[in-house]
Design a binder for this molecule. Structure first.
Ligand code: FAD
Length: 287
């Protein structure tokens, strides 16, 4: 199944992201977590690649566990430390396992150590992957602009270049204010970018995550959510409930306003994912 075709069919889809372990001895646990989430019936599941591209083998192991549950995996590949040969090997491995969907990313630049220069930008990686066979290629986008971009217009120009390089669909960075996403879609249309976009939603279920999410994504935390974190942050049970309710509300608002593709950053938490999917059981049909 090509994910871009699924996302373009006009029906409502909810997909999930999981991450692989940092160490080899964590693979069994990560695969089990991925299976638990797969059994909740997402439209597909993306599996991230460790920062700096250090764990592509682990990404594939978790992706295979997802596929065994009958859910389509989307494998992330980053170009920061991957040369052409390395990417070719990953793609060959994917092909022999029947996987055809890739999210092509640059990855975060390493603070120290060498980076590979075979691919400078995600667009270079995307066009290389397209040249290696019949892969469906996704890319990342940033409703609040990528933190390195000098302006939203410059960011949009580069996004257009990425799509022209062969990206079939986009997934957004997490955002907490839907108005930013609606504005982003408007600017995309104005720029002539027409590929399907998946709205990335991260349920924030503990106080520590708040600071981390803002730091990682550069996202604006709306006052409504800041009040939730202030009020419930010191009580884990209440914070989890409030975070699930906030993410559910964001998704309901998106769907009510015509958005059909939602991507849940699960943080490998099956219980949080289950609660959100259960809240939406009549709104989003499984698969
Ligand atoms: P790019 O598209 O290359 O953009 C990076 C910057 O370069 C932007 O400012 C852009 O405007 C600019 N740019 C792009 N092309 C050009 C050009 N041709 N000339 C000049 N400037 C250009 N990180 C991981 O390590 N592993 C993961 O699995 C992972 N998954 C992610 C999934 C999603 C949905 C998202 C949103 C992010 C993910 N990230 C992941 C983080 C991502 O790797 C970082 O945000 C990284 O800093 C940028 O990656 P990119 O693919 O958006 O890069």
């Amino acid at each position: 199944m090509r994910i871009s075709e699924l996302l373009g069919d006009g029906r409502v889809h909810l997909s999930c992201e999981v991450f692989p372990p940092k160490r080899f001895d964590g693979i069994a646990g990560a695969c089990e977590t991925a299976r638990q989430i797969a059994r909740l019936g997402p439209a597909y599941m993306s599996v991230t690649c460790g920062a700096g591209g250090t764990t592509p083998g682990y990404t594939l192991a978790v992706a295979k566990a997802v596929a065994e549950c009958g859910v389509e995996p989307l494998c992330h590949i980053t170009c920061v430390q991957a040369d052409r040969q390395h990417v070719t090997e990953i793609l060959d491995n994917m092909r022999s396992s029947g996987m055809r969907n890739v999210l092509a990313l640059r990855g975060d630049l390493p603070l120290e150590g060498e980076r590979c220069h075979d691919f400078e930008h995600a667009s270079d990686l995307a066009s290389f992957i397209r040249s290696r066979g019949d892969f469906c290629v996704g890319g990342a986008c940033y409703p609040e602009k990528h933190p390195e971009s000098v302006s939203r217009d410059a960011d949009m120009d580069m996004l257009k270049r990425k799509v022209e390089a062969g990206v079939d669909f986009l997934t957004t960075q997490m955002f907490f204010d839907n108005a930013l996403f609606y504005n982003f879609l408007y600017r995309m249309l104005k720029a002539g970018i027409r590929v399907p976009v998946c709205a990335g939603i991260m349920p924030i279920t503990n106080a520590k995550q708040v600071e981390r999410a803002v730091k990682l994504s550069g996202s604006i935390m709306p006052p409504k959510f800041a009040a939730i974190a202030d009020r419930f942050g010191s009580d884990p049970g209440s914070m989890a409930q409030a975070g699930i309710a906030f993410a559910t509300g964001q998704i309901v608002d998106l769907i009510a306003n015509g958005i059909t593709n939602i991507h849940l950053y699960t943080m490998n938490k099956p219980e949080v994912t289950r609660a959100i999917i259960s809240n939406l059981s009549s709104i989003i049909a499984p698969g």
